[in-house]
Design a protein around this ligand. Structure first.
Ligand SMILES: C[S@@+](CC[C@H](N)C(=O)[O-])C[C@H]1O[C@@H](n2cnc3c(N)ncnc32)[C@H](O)[C@@H]1O
Length: 288
């Protein structure tokens, strides 16, 4: 069975995102992920088609959206291409809204959105955790922002998707007690923290029986309930995945276990960092 490559976003979510984008009349907006064209139609209705460009990766999906938008009487500029590269014709935008998620903020966006402009995008990863980021571009190639409350997730952008991997085989490794209850990484924000700590890992399993598989190195970690009411972890490979996850979860717990709105992000040409508490607080580099 092949995975879906495009899906229609919940209409209420799209509407909320257009509000969160804080778009004003007369502004130019770049949308990434046209999909059915529903969110594009809302944007074109609000701004006028001449102010909106929407990029779709999949040409068949893009053609269907073009017909639907024309039938509905909207004429935004539609582009078939990789939105991670921004608008191929360049141009300065006031706002960028993405309805596919990314592992890190594409650098092209930070040069196409004007300083002072905003980017609304869901950060996700190969462990399927997500956070909706609202960034302000602070200069060419730099931005800072906060994550918004709620539970927003989108399918991951095509070039950011996990590469093909062999069927995971659980192999022996070093065993020790776990210092955290592994079930915490099955929660919305606990899973987000684990993904930040092990950004090349895929998460499988449930409850106290979690499996992390590092796509880059093949390293693995798997947890299980222990005999004494605690938990154990078996780790194998060059990346000690559970060591990283444990440290991150304990930092997050020490900060009071904030939900996503307790996190922020700072982006530059050399580093993309998600942090809690403040810019100087604990944080994790995105795999940019
Ligand atoms: C969740 S759907 C968007 C739904 C859309 N907002 C709607 O209202 O129907 C995500 C879309 O992003 C597209 N996509 C994925 N990667 C992309 C990329 N790199 N550039 C542009 N579009 C991309 C997918 O093909 C898919 O159509």
């Amino acid at each position: 069975m092949s995975a879906a490559s495009s899906s229609s976003t919940l209409p209420s979510l799209v509407l909320r995102m257009w509000r969160q984008l804080e778009v004003e009349a007369g502004q130019r907006v770049l949308e990434v992920g046209t999909g059915t064209g529903y969110s594009t139609a809302l944007g074109a209705h609000r701004l006028g088609g001449d102010r909106l460009t929407s990029i779709e990766y999949d040409s068949a999906v893009g053609r269907a959206a073009a017909s639907a938008l024309a039938a509905a009487g909207y004429a935004p500029r539609l582009v078939i291409g990789d939105g991670m590269r921004g608008d191929p014709e360049g141009g300065a935008y006031d706002r960028l809204i993405a309805t596919c998620s990314v592992r890190y903020v594409p650098m092209a966006w930070l040069h196409q959105v004007k300083p002072g402009g905003k980017i609304l995008v869901t950060l996700s990863g190969w462990s399927y955790a997500s956070g909706l980021a609202h960034l302000t571009v602070t200069g060419p190639g730099t931005a800072t922002g906060r994550f918004l409350p709620g539970y927003t997730s989108f399918m991951i952008a095509r070039p950011h998707d996990r590469p093909p991997r062999p069927t995971p085989a659980l192999l022996p490794g070093g065993e020790r007690p776990s210092r955290i209850n592994p079930a915490v990484i099955g929660t919305w924000t606990g899973g987000w923290v684990a993904q930040l700590a092990a950004p090349a890992a895929e998460r499988m399993g449930a409850g106290p029986e979690q499996i992390l598989w590092d796509i880059s190195t093949g390293s693995q970690a798997r947890t299980a309930p222990g005999p004494d009411g605690g938990w154990t972890v078996v780790q194998r490979g060059p990346v000690r995945l559970w060591d990283r996850v444990e440290t991150a979860i304990r930092l997050w717990q020490a900060a009071g276990e904030p939900h996503q709105e307790g996190f922020g992000i700072t982006v530059s040409a050399v580093r993309q960092r998600v942090w809690i508490v403040g810019e100087e607080g604990p944080g994790w580099d995105l795999p940019a």
